[in-house]
Design a protein around this ligand. Structure first.
Ligand code: AMP
Ligand code: FE
Ligand code: FE
Ligand code: ZN
Length: 294
């Protein structure tokens, strides 16, 4: 039986290890098949494919696409960030490629806005943040977190997210990227399989107002959403049951994955959640924009 982990990040986005190191760590953890799913980029695919081949692992090409849901709440519009895992897309599909390019541009502008806000209170500059990113890597809050660590203001990335980079903190700026419905349609057009990453992360028994309203799931399913990453450390128990029922009702794919960001990136460990062979086969038969190396 294969151990299949379909969500990981490298230094091509906000992971702390190169694609080669990620695959080496996957092999050491006993993972047999791994998807590299850097945020909004495919820059890690060639190196991942080579490392996987050397190590005798399977490689699944993926992207974690940053999209937003525009939700009307209490009389105002809220932008809720939705991460979509796109498996086996064709990165050269014109409209899909443009979407990724646009997102990288808005990610840079948004990163600069967050740093501008922080700079009113602390001595941080954009150049310092760039110093924590590989050339061409996708920009996100983790690079700003790494800068705050170097400045000695926090101990690690997580501590930076607790205050300076918190969604409801004073310095936060929302992503303003492609609408989730359009992103789903473009992933499908590019031959990819759209699966929502770590859905309903903020839902608790008491409140479900902080996350995507449940009606929005029907909208995404109508647009062609093919699955949910139910087994992920950040998806709370009550949300899991609700998602499993919904997946059953619509015959959707259910996955489990680690969302690894490197040993020092996040506590998530390779292989800590896995996807069944049956579900993986469904992804393989639904996607035809690029090839898994198995
Ligand atoms: P951004 O894409 O700029 O909105 O940043 C979100 C990214 O930050 C996610 O993809 C995670 O990798 C990372 N992240 C979020 N919360 C934490 C945390 N508490 N500790 C470490 N990394 C985090
Ligand atoms: Fe990330
Ligand atoms: Fe994510
Ligand atoms: Zn991720």
């Amino acid at each position: 039986m294969s151990i299949i982990d379909l969500h990981s990040h490298s230094t091509r986005s906000d992971g702390k290890e190169s694609p080669t190191e990620v695959f080496e760590h996957a092999a050491a953890a006993g993972v047999n098949i791994l998807a590299l799913t850097d945020h909004d980029t495919v820059k890690g695919w060639p190196e991942a494919a080579e490392a996987a081949q050397k190590l005798g692992l399977g490689f699944v090409p993926g992207i974690e696409v940053t999209s937003v849901a525009r939700v009307q709440q209490e009389g105002r519009q809220r932008l809720i960030s939705v991460h979509l895992l796109a498996y086996l897309p064709d990165p050269n599909h014109k409209a899909f490629h443009k979407m990724l390019g646009d997102t990288l541009t808005t990610r840079e502008a948004r990163g600069k806005s967050i740093v501008d806000r922080l700079a009113e209170d602390i001595d941080i500059t954009w150049e310092m943040v760039l110093g924590h990113l590989e050339e061409g890597a996708t920009i996100g809050r983790p690079a700003i977190a790494d800068t705050l660590v170097t400045m000695g203001l926090v101990q690690n990335r997580s501590a930076a997210f607790d205050y300076y980079l918190s969604t409801d903190g004073p310095y936060f700026v929302s992503h303003d990227t492609v609408d989730v419905v359009e992103a789903i349609e473009l992933i499908i057009k590019s031959g990819g399989v759209p699966v929502i990453a770590h859905p309903l992360t903020h839902v608790t028994e008491e409140t479900n107002s902080e996350d995507l309203p449940r009606e929005h799931f029907e909208l995404m399913i109508d647009a062609g959403l093919m699955g949910f990453e139910v087994f992920h450390r950040d998806v709370p128990e009550p949300a899991r049951n609700w998602l499993l029922d919904l997946a059953n009702k619509h015959e959707l794919i259910v996955t489990g994955s680690s969302d690894y960001h490197g040993i020092h990136g996040k506590p998530n460990r390779l292989g800590e959640n896995t996807t069944s062979s049956e579900m993986f086969e469904r992804i393989l038969s639904a996607g035809n924009g690029s090839q898994a190396l198995l």
